[in-house]
Structures are given as structure tokens and as C-alpha cells.
Write a protein that binds this ligand. Structure first.
Ligand SMILES: Nc1nc2c(ncn2[C@@H]2O[C@H](COP(=O)(O)OP(=O)(O)OP(=O)(O)O)[C@@H](O)[C@H]2O)c(=O)[nH]1
Length: 460
């Protein structure tokens, strides 16, 4: 039996010699050094090294243990904030982030609290974030605060009409792509056309589409002898409406068929669950009985999140444990919806695009299971695309199109995107109608897509 002779350093380290322990660490004997750091963590210097080690390993529970046991001289405020945030001690996280005026982290905690239904806490954090918000972010935080207050019944419903809501939703695009500079009080010349083309590309309508559109406008301006930018603006709006022909569609929910099934596809983070929650709220507000089905069983968080939306919208939910077979959840959910007389069933699915084949097979299997119980369903198969990733979402869409026929598109986060023009590119490339658009995080920020309103909101 070979006995390794303990080196001199190891012997000194085991006796608590700081430099020897740190030498072990430097030599890559990480586990051995960590055990000794834990053994001698009462020493402030060694404790600091141990805290940093835990952070590196993202071992937030252990880092939290040190903070709780020895107080807060460990790490930076931002690091302590992260540890508190990761272990769910949001109050602690907020205090630390406020110390260093870390607005982004504070907003993140506010979003987590909001998404998990802890609205009072979310409101408190968002209001503190507002105090240190940079000017460019103030309006966004005010929107979130208003949305939470509305959900808490603290403010009267600001009855915006759909066009106002859409204008608010396109604010980011309009801020970054100021069409006003070309359409206000300018004479129509080559410089104006070039600027207009640049803005259209910046709005992410697609280079080819932008070049062709401006080419068209040059010809029309010549033919109709257009002299002012205001006239040109009207012509531009008409041309964009032509580009969007066939792009708008309404949700097809036949009254006589129960339950109508709507299947939601889309990559994680695109806004599927939120869109389902908003739609469930719309239907329950109309007195319909709604069943949500948590078939995104890949992540427990997705199941929990759908549960929060079920509670907020007054819908029922069918779910199983994390990792369950999505088709089994769908079967049970549709079967329950039939038995319990639901009007509508909304199905959330997983969207891990990097596992393309399994994803496609899973979606086909889900559709088959639905049709085993209801041969003519799903009434709608909606693909959810995130406007903030603009045209790149078109690549994602093509993968989903391989799996199942898509009856409509939902474009989310238009309010968070400077690429509001991507709606045009998405519709033209995929030739699938855009049925809904998400224009904010609150439960009412979902509306039918109307070409007329979209163009008015984009250019006015
Ligand atoms: N501003 C804004 N945020 C939105 C909108 N729709 C969704 N979100 C936010 O986008 C984030 C992701 O939304 P989810 O609904 O969780 O996305 P998902 O596709 O279900 O993602 P997974 O749960 O990971 O599958 C959340 O923070 C939502 O609040 C929208 O229209 N506007």
C-alpha cells in the first residue's frame, strides 16, 4: 500500500498556517484547501478567501451561511446582494444593492418578486429602484410600478384605448428610430430618402425590404411630384400597410366547440407563459372557463410560473412534476377540460431550441395526443416570438414550423424593443398572420394586432 508522505506544506496547513493553506490553494489542491479554510473559517483572512471560493463555485447557500454567521464584512455589496438574491433573501439583496446604487440588480429583484406574485414586495422594491433609476430607465420602471399598483387595485384603471396602448408599447422603437426627423418640415430630396432608408433598417424591417420600399417611394414621389415630407409620410404609411397585407389575423375561437385548444410554442424567455396568463385573464374576464396545461415540464420554474398566472387569471391548471412526459400532462389536461366543461384550454410547451430533434418530436407527440381526444383540435397553434431579438426570431420560427403547422404568431415585448419594425419582417418572411402582440408586462398588455393601428403608432 502506497502512503503518500504528507508534504511539509500540508502539515503546516493542517495546523492552521494561513500561508500554507493559501499555498495549497495556489497549487490547485482546491478541495483540501477548502476543507481547511472551513476548519479555520473563524480567521477573518481565511474566511474572506473561503467566501470568494464559494462565490466562484456559485455555492450561494454556503456563502450565505458565512454572511449570517460572521456578519457583512465579507465580499462587496454587489456580491452580498447576489448571494442574498440567490437564496431568496430579497430584503437583504435590496439593502446591499441600494448601498452601491446598483439599479439593474434592484430592477431584477423587482421583476422576480413581480413574476412570482409577491406584489407588495415588488412594489416596494420598484419604488426604491425608481429613486436611483437613470433617466433612460425611469419610464420603464414607472410602467412596472403602475402595472403592479393596478394589480393591487391601488390605482384606477387608466382607460387607454388600444392605439394609445400600442403607441406606448412602441415607445422604445420610436425613441430609437425617430421617424419625425425625416417627416417633419423637410423638402423631399435624396438626403431625406437615404435617412429614411437608414431609419427603416434600424427599426429592423429588413434591409431588402427597406431598400425596395424607398425605391418605390422615390418613383412615387417623382410621378406624383411630391414636394413635402408630410405628403411623403402619408405615402410611406400606405406602402407599409401594403407590406403588411395579410399580416393581421384574429384568434379563431368557435363558440360551438368546447374546449377550444390553443397550443403555444416558442423558445424559453420569449414570453409564452406570460402571454398565456394574459390570454387566460382575457377569457375569464369574458366569463369563460379556462384550463391551463403546464406541458413545459423541463423546468420547475416554468410550472410554478404558470401556476401564478392561473391564480391571477382565475383559470384552472393541470400540471405534473418536473420532468414528467409533456404528452401525459396534455392528455390529462385536455381530458379534464372535456370532463369539467372548460371553454378553452391553453397549453404551454417547452422551447429548448438547442435540442431541435427531441423538441420537434415532443411537439408532434403533443399534437397527436390532443387529436386523440379532440380530432379537430388544436384550434390555434401560436408561435410566440420575442420582438427584442428582432429578425433573429425568424430562424427560431423555421424550426417550430418544421414540427407543427402554425396558425398564428404572437409578437411579445414590443414595448421593450427598439426593433418594432421586425413585425414587418416576421410576417413577410413567415407568411403567417400575427394575431396578438405583447406591449407590456401587466396582465392587460396583450392586444389583437391591427395593421392600421400598428402603422399609425409606428410613424406618428
Ligand atoms: N416588457 C414586456 N415583458 C414581457 C412581455 N411578455 C413577457 N415579458 C417578460 O418576459 C420575461 C419572460 O416571459 P415568460 O412568459 O417567462 O417567457 P417564457 O417563454 O414562458 O419563458 P420560460 O418560462 O423560460 O419558458 C418575463 O419577465 C415577462 O414578464 C411583454 O409583452 N412586454
Amino acid at each position: 500500500m502506497l502512503f503518500f508522505k504528507k508534504s511539509d506544506i500540508e502539515k503546516r496547513a493542517e495546523k492552521g498556517d494561513k500561508s500554507a493553506i493559501l499555498e495549497l490553494l495556489r497549487k490547485g489542491k482546491r478541495e483540501k484547501a477548502k476543507k481547511l479554510l472551513e476548519k479555520y473559517e473563524s480567521d477573518p483572512d481565511l474566511r474572506k478567501v473561503l467566501f470568494d471560493l464559494y462565490l466562484e463555485e456559485e455555492n450561494f447557500m454556503q456563502a450565505y451561511r458565512l454572511l449570517e454567521r460572521y456578519g457583512k464584512e465579507l465580499g462587496t455589496a454587489k456580491e452580498r446582494g447576489l448571494v442574498y438574491e440567490k437564496v431568496g433573501n430579497y430584503a437583504g439583496a435590496v439593502e446591499e444593492y441600494l448601498k452601491v446604487g446598483d439599479f439593474d440588480s434592484l430592477l431584477k429583484v423587482g421583476n422576480i418578486l413581480k413574476a412570482t406574485g409577491k406584489r407588495e414586495k415588488a412594489l416596494e422594491v420598484l419604488e426604491r429602484a425608481l429613486k436611483i433609476a437613470p433617466p433612460s430607465k425611469r419610464e420603464e420602471v414607472e410602467e412596472k410600478i403602475y402595472a403592479v399598483k393596478r394589480e393591487l387595485g391601488l390605482v384606477e384603471e387608466k382607460k387607454e384605448n388600444l392605439l394609445e396602448k400600442l403607441k406606448r408599447g412602441l415607445r422604445k422603437t420610436k425613441e430609437s428610430v425617430e421617424f419625425g426627423i425625416v417627416f417633419r418640415g423637410r423638402k423631399v430630396d435624396e438626403e431625406l430618402f437615404e435617412e429614411l432608408e437608414e431609419l427603416l433598417v434600424k427599426a429592423d424591417i429588413g434591409v431588402k425590404t427597406a431598400v425596395a420600399l424607398v425605391e418605390d417611394l422615390r418613383r412615387i414621389a417623382l410621378r406624383k411630384n411630391i414636394k413635402t415630407s408630410e405628403e411623403l409620410k402619408e405615402v410611406t404609411k400606405e406602402k407599409v400597410k401594403e407590406l403588411l397585407k395579410g399580416c393581421e389575423g384574429t384568434l379563431n375561437i368557435p363558440e360551438d366547440k368546447k374546449p377550444a385548444v390553443i397550443l403555444f410554442l416558442g423558445v424559453n424567455g420569449s414570453g409564452k407563459t406570460t402571454t398565456i396568463g394574459k390570454l387566460a385573464y382575457k377569457f375569464t374576464s369574458e366569463g369563460k372557463k379556462v384550463m391551463l396545461v403546464a406541458a413545459d415540464t423541463f423546468r420547475a420554474a416554468a410550472i410554478e410560473q404558470l401556476e401564478v398566472w392561473a391564480k391571477r387569471s382565475g383559470a384552472d391548471i393541470t400540471k405534473k412534476h418536473e420532468g414528467a412526459d409533456p404528452a401525459a400532462v396534455v392528455y390529462e389536461g385536455v381530458e379534464r377540460a372535456i370532463k369539467e366543461g372548460h371553454d378553452i384550454t391553453l397549453i404551454d410547451t417547452a422551447g429548448r431550441l438547442h435540442t431541435k430533434e427531441p423538441l420537434i418530436n415532443e411537439l408532434r407527440k403533443v399534437k397527436k395526443v390532443i387529436q386523440k381526444l379532440l380530432p379537430e383540435e388544436p384550434t390555434e397553434t401560436l408561435l410566440v416570438l420575442d420582438a427584442t431579438i428582432g429578425q433573429n426570431s425568424i430562424q427560431q420560427a423555421k424550426v417550430f414550423k418544421e414540427a407543427v403547422d402554425i396558425s398564428g404568431i404572437v409578437v411579445t415585448k414590443l414595448d421593450g424593443s427598439a426593433k418594432g419594425g421586425a413585425v414587418i419582417a416576421i410576417c413577410r418572411e413567415l407568411k403567417i398572420p400575427i394575431k396578438l402582440i405583447g406591449v407590456g408586462e401587466s396582465i392587460e398588455d396583450l392586444q389583437q394586432f391591427s395593421t392600421e393601428e400598428y402603422v399609425e403608432a409606428l410613424f406618428d
